[in-house]
Design a binder for this molecule. Structure first.
Ligand code: ATP
Ligand code: MG
Length: 421
């Protein structure tokens, strides 16, 4: 029979790779708690309208990349393409918007986007994200950016740079929008068909187009940063002053606009060198309008998301080695059924004490058991058979070579735990 394969653009993660995933996840959780962020868990699928309203009708994510389905009652849902809209919805739905501010939340989630699979881009992918609600001060932007920087450092990712931009607010956006439309209308011949439509619906999205001719035109387009109002300008200056004060390097990159519609003021990306075309490891910014857009109060917010697979590529590029599988502290080699039962009993008691121990469960010969113990990297091996059980004493062999010539000692079986510490 023909075997079934996983869907295109998804992945199976097995050992030893899974240790890298676990390492990133546990490091992310540790860093998030160091910055005072609580974890939040939300559903894998949501009403489709959440994303069309939250992420934006005109975005690639909503227009082309969403996995949508109808349930048995004919309701429209989507597998989440990102986390921010869900977190904002959950905050509103659970009446948390009036909690003591700021509200700081983090998550590790799988996301789904119908994209062309390639290195660093898949159809199901994992994101670590944080969201901070209730502060319009640049200190909040700084908090999330410094959290990302701290995590990247802890993961050993060195050659990465922070790109920061401001895309303004509803006060200064109209004048910028007008300048942008004027520029692109003059150069409309160079735009792709999608962008010709975008020019009417959402001209900012043209700046984010992946198509070469549009990218080229975008290079000389008017810059948001030249059209900022006083408030946005001060916000940007305060943020960069904080980055300067803490010695966090950054470049002002006027080309960064981000792919989602809800951003205002600060937008930023961490871009890794040498990991190929999908080099944006982390993307984020401020989204002061989202909570209100979703039916909540006017609650300013900012956050970011990083893709785990791109972190892995960057770690590989930086030659980072992560701790792998633990080796057993003890392997018990046994001969005969009575010894096998005793071995299980000892292993059970050791595991209860928090010690990682193994014994034979396959019925291997003594020689094969020793070979297997070696393969697992077991630190010590205890060898038991009928005569050992009778005398209560057995040989404990050191497998690490740490004891030099003296690699074997006779011990009291009942006291084996003491020899493992
Ligand atoms: P890109 O420009 O690469 O498509 P994006 O702007 O769509 O990114 P965001 O929606 O901001 O990305 O998501 C934040 C992060 O999630 C990205 O920086 C990236 O690390 C990761 N990411 C996004 N889409 C994918 C994907 N299809 N596969 C793997 N990781 C992804
Ligand atoms: Mg994308």
């Amino acid at each position: 029979m023909e075997s079934i394969r996983k869907p295109r653009g998804t992945m199976d993660v097995l050992a030893p790779d899974v240790y890298t995933w676990q390492y990133i996840e546990s490091t992310a959780r540790r860093v998030a708690s160091k910055f005072g962020f609580d974890e939040i868990r939300t559903p894998t699928f949501e009403e489709l309208a959440l994303f069309s309203r939250g992420v934006g009708e005109c975005t690639d994510v909503v227009q082309k990349e969403m996995y949508t389905f109808e349930d048995k009652e004919g309701k429209l849902f989507a597998l989440r393409p990102e986390g921010t809209a869900s977190v904002a919805r959950a905050l509103i739905e659970n009446g948390k918007c009036s909690d003591t501010l700021p509200i700081k939340l983090s998550y590790i989630i799988n996301c789904f986007r119908y994209e062309k699979p390639q290195a660093g881009r898949s159809r199901e992918f994992e994101q670590f994200g944080v969201e901070m609600f209730g502060s319009s001060d640049a200190g909040a932007d700084f908090t999330v950016i410094s959290l990302a920087a701290s995590l990247l450092t802890e993961l050993g990712i060195g050659n990465i740079s922070l790109h920061v931009n401001s895309i303004g607010c509803p006060d200064c956006r109209p004048s910028y929008r007008a300048a942008l439309v004027e520029y692109f209308e003059k150069n409309a011949d160079g735009l792709c068909d999608t962008c010709k439509t975008r020019l009417k619906t959402n001209p900012l999205r043209v700046l984010d187009c992946k198509c070469e001719s549009c990218k080229k035109l975008a290079e000389n387009a008017p810059k948001t940063i030249d059209h900022l109002c006083e408030g946005c300008k001060n916000h940007m200056d305060k943020l960069t002053a904080m980055l300067d004060a803490c010695g966090l390097n950054y470049v002002i990159d006027t080309h960064i606009v981000r792919g989602l519609d809800y951003y205002t003021k600060t937008v930023f990306e961490f871009i890794a060198e040498g990991i190929g075309a999908q080099s944006t490891v982390c993307g984020g910014g401020r989204y002061d309008g989202l909570v209100k857009e979703l039916g909540g109060p006017a609650l300013p917010a900012c956050g970011f998301a990083m893709g785990i697979t791109r972190l892995i590529l960057a770690m590989e590029q930086n030659g980072v080695k992560v701790p792998g599988k633990n080796a057993p502290a003890l392997y018990i080699a046994s001969m005969g059924q009575t010894a096998q039962i005793k071995a299980q009993e000892i292993v059970w008691n050791l595991r209860k004490e928090g010690i990682y121990a193994e014994c034979d469960v396959v019925g291997r010969s003594l020689k094969a058991q020793m070979k297997y113990a070696d393969k697992t990297g077991a630190m010590k091996v205890l060898i038991i058979g009928d005569s050992e059980l009778e005398s209560g004493r057995a040989m404990l062999r050191d497998m690490t070579g740490a004891m030099g010539e003296n690699t074997q000692t006779e011990i009291e079986i009942a006291k084996v735990a003491e020899y493992l510490r």
